[in-house]
Design a binder for this molecule. Sequence first.
Ligand SMILES: *Cc1c(COP(=O)(O)O)cnc(C)c1O
Length: 336
Amino acid sequence: MDWENLGFGYIKTPYRYVSEYKDGLWNGGILTDDDKVVISECAGVLQYAQTIFEGLKAYTTQDGRIVTFRPDLNAERMIDSARRLEIPEFPKERFLDAVDKVVKANKSFVPPYGSGASLYLRPFIFGSSAVLGVKPAKEYQFRIFATPVGPYFKGGIKPLTLRVSDFDRAAPHGTGHIKAGLNYAMSLHAIADAHEYGFDENLYPDPATRTYVEETGGANFIFVTKDDKIVTPKSDSILPSVTRRSLCYVAEKYLGLKVEHRPIKLSEIENFAECGLCGTAAIISPVGKINDHGKEILFPSGMNEMGKITKKLYETLTGIQTGKIQAPKGWIREIF
Ligand SMILES: *Cc1c(COP(=O)(O)O)cnc(C)c1O
């Protein structure tokens, strides 16, 4: 494998985990080499988008262990997502065990330390039985597949350009806070449209007033003030990113920075020194510019590099993940 030149795309690996839910129970679950899913043409997932997912990575640490990062938070978030879409919960302990099993079974696809690549894990649950009237399916599948992904900043670090979107991502009291496929289906047109106009991503403001910052289609915001304080947007319709929560902890406990989690007005962003997008894929991608209907906000960190604090946060968290820096208790789950 040419680990360094891998992108972020699906590559079939030998084994995936499947557990089926029927008559009110999840069955034992197996590893299988069959990557095909056969379901009714009228399955809940196909007709009414009854599906949720997670995303996490397995990787090799400096001392050669294969680990995952805070998978318990993915398990818990998937339970929250399940409740909101009337999907039966997949128990946390079983989720963790299934993740371990998939990584072990696809061991030769876990990239070596230093490659910057990792084995991306995609747990998902979907309604598999037929539903015509609008109601939850009676049967489900929980699956995890694994696919190797390359280093995120392959061509070097290029700060992103965002636009403030006129499309909405998540309604108040809607499903923005859960990891559901439906939140992504409706973002596809918005992202295609952003790309057409030369932007990398959409900044979604709050749909009710369009005056507060929420998030992008797949990452949370982290801002840095001119006096090195971390500020992250607070709203009930933002997906609670594991990376963002970890970075805020690191900022406070490892770097001694003040952290504020509060509603952030769109009109405030021009005062920030740095801006980043956080998620499992990149940890933090720096944002260089935000375009608000023609008004351009250029962050002082510019279009060529990560801001000073963004870089420190990035290095500290990746250091914790790879075992170069002591991790807080319970953050690293060793597989072997
Ligand atoms: C998955 C996701 C994130 C990032 O969450 P992580 O747990 O850090 O990977 C942020 N926003 C949205 C909408 C997401 O779906």
